[in-house]
Design a protein around this ligand. Sequence first.
Ligand code: C5J
Length: 219
Amino acid sequence: MASIKAEPFDLDFDPKTTALVIIDMQRDFVLPGGFGEKLGNDTSLLLAAVEPTQRVLAKARAAGLLVIHTREGHRPDLSDCPPAKLTRGGQTFIGTTGPMGRILVRGEPGHDIIHQLYPVAGEPVIDKPGKGSFHATDLHQILLDRGIRTLVVCGVTLEVCVHTTVREANDRGYECVVLADCVASYFPEFQRIGLEMIKAQGGIFGWVSDADRFIAAIG
Ligand code: C5J
């Protein structure tokens, strides 16, 4: 067993039943010139999460933890994209051609994971059409089959796909530890409040820790 220093209180976990989940570290969200920037966002806020996540990923791989990556995106014919998502905000971005190919379409360069955090053989990649990683995917089955109970969560954006995934996971009985410096938002106030929300009320849907404390916990 191991124990991670976290808020609102330290969490005991078994590395054998713990998975590292890295959410949507895709070029379109994280890199300048992608979907995120096209929406008017400052991508440097997301890039800040890359280096700590690299350290966490290296430690998790060395310790033999299950590592799972997710990507938000749709089939090329957009048949899995609800019209309400397609036209959100009165504009259509998804499926149109951006600097990194068709936006949020599977197989396009912008949809892929940034090279710094690229999956290696044996690490499941979950392609998800929604914000949550459990909706319309086989993630729950993969975790159940491996006996996973605890999720260590990194990725972007905190208040959207990270929050949705952690809430989904919490409702399915997983203990979720979100690493504060390995998640990011385009909005600094959402980053601060998003982390507060997770650990409020005695850990209403999870724990908050950071890269250094995860690395120390694994030993
Ligand atoms: C968003 C995500 N923000 N991965 N997606 O649309 O958080």
